[in-house]
Design a protein around this ligand. Structure first.
Ligand code: CTP
Length: 398
């Protein structure tokens, strides 16, 4: 969840500032871009050099660096951040945030930022329990900030009690879960199919198609980024899936059907992007077929239409999205599939559009909803197309 996120880590004057080095390390490891702002008191506890080295970015300590003449723009920093985590936050900085005092770079960035702000307090137990601190905490929560509560344990004073900053691992886990929960598809189970299916003729030959799986994999990625728990059922393809996805590899239409049916009842949203074979050889030769006659006839039989079967089993809370790849009379065929297969959306791509369809990195789509309302999109990268499809899905998500 923290991958590619812009994170500002504020570090205040507390002995727990030594843990900030570990926190930076974990945030960077999770893929975040980290910029650290040290308050003047924070800089007594940990050096800017340590945090700059670990974050791979300059550390900000004040508005104006006298030695370099560089002025740090608090507004720019505030707007750069996708999230701010102040860990440790001292009783003093807590009070400043609660009352709007802005006498250093960190407090000015806090006031300028529009992103979620998390604070992980660290102080002695009586300071933490003090009514002033507790009322400041309540005010901060009231402003929409998120408090990562301190733990019980031995404190720097030698006393035991509440006031220890949460451990860096716990903070990162907290941030990760918190981002997940804020995503629009959090708690939704999504199934995506991708790639072709292969129908065996004999042990060495098959009937297949040119689907690369790129569109389905891009969709699975985007849906996961929106917080969904994604099961990706993939036919034979060279595409690599993100580790966060549950990937099930299949070869034939029957295998894809079995995997889809097994997962469908639990699924909130299904996107059937695979280019499924419509026919398969009636008999699969057990030995390699030798060339003997001048011609060879293969008797084919229809495969099961997976999407139509899911459409029949669909409950009212479930969303079903199908694709239609057409060469002629595109819109009518697409609308026909929407109705016949009981879909909520159908994504049409026409092979008449250059750069659309199999193998290419781009696609051009038109989406129809149940009311046959049409949205036409420009030619885009498959990642951008996946985002458009997700936007259409979000509009109808129950
Ligand atoms: N599909 C499926 N099972 C099949 C065939 C297709 O689930 N056996 C799904 C595809 O994944 C796609 C949609 O149905 O989402 C449309 O597939 P397409 O092959 O274009 O349409 P068909 O319904 O098979 O009709 P036709 O081949 O006549 O165009």
């Amino acid at each position: 969840m923290l991958k590619n996120k812009n994170v500002i880590l504020g570090v205040c004057g507390s002995i727990a500032a030594y843990k900030s080095a570990f926190l930076v390390r974990l945030l960077v490891k999770a893929g975040a871009n980290v910029k650290v702002i040290l308050t003047p008191d924070g800089a007594h506890f940990i050096t800017p050099l340590t945090l700059a080295t670990l974050s791979k970015n300059p550390v900000y300590t004040q508005y104006f660096e006298e030695e370099t003449g560089v002025w740090s723009n608090h507004v720019e920093l505030g707007l750069w951040a996708d999230l701010i985590i102040i860990a440790p936050i001292s009783a003093n900085t807590l009070a400043k945030l609660a009352t709007g005092i802005c006498d250093n770079l960190l407090t000015a960035v806090y006031l300028s930022a529009k992103c979620p702000v998390y604070v992980a307090p660290a102080m002695d137990l009586d300071m933490w329990k003090h009514e002033t601190t507790q009322s400041n905490i309540d005010r901060l929560i009231g402003f929409g900030n998120i408090v990562i509560a301190p733990a019980n344990g031995e404190l720097a004073s030698g006393l035991w009690g509440e006031g220890r900053m949460a451990e860096p691992e716990e903070i990162v886990l907290f941030l990760d879960n918190s981002i997940k929960k804020s995503l629009p598809l959090f708690g939704k189970k999504v199934m995506v199919t991708a790639g072709p299916t292969y129908e065996a003729i004999d042990p060495v030959r098959f009937i297949g198609n040119h689907s690369s799986g790129k569109m389905g994999f891009a969709l699975a990625d985007e849906l996961a980024k929106l917080g969904a728990e994604v099961t990706l059922i993939a036919g034979p393809t060279a595409q690599k899936a993100d580790q966060s996805l549950k990937r099930i590899d299949v070869v034939s239409t029957q295998e894809m059907f079995d995997a889809c049916i097994a997962a469908f009842a639990e699924t909130d949203i299904t996107v059937m992007c695979a280019a499924v074979a419509d026919y398969r050889p009636k008999q699969i030769a057990t030995q390699k077929i030798k060339k003997e006659d001048s011609g060879l006839f293969l008797e084919l039989e229809k495969t099961t239409d997976i999407l139509a079967s899911l459409g029949k089993a669909k409950k009212s809370h479930q969303i079903l999205v199908g694709f239609a790849l057409e060469t002629n009379d595109e819109e009518n065929y697409a609308k026909g599939k929407l109705e016949k297969k009981n879909l909520d959306l159908v994504v049409l791509n026409s092979l008449n559009d250059k750069g659309a369809g199999f193998k290419s990195d781009t696609n051009k789509i038109t989406i129809f909803n149940k009311a046959f309302e049409r949205t036409v999109f420009e030619m885009k990268s498959k990642t951008a197309v996946a985002k458009d499809i997700c936007t259409a899905i979000l509009k109808i998500t129950k």
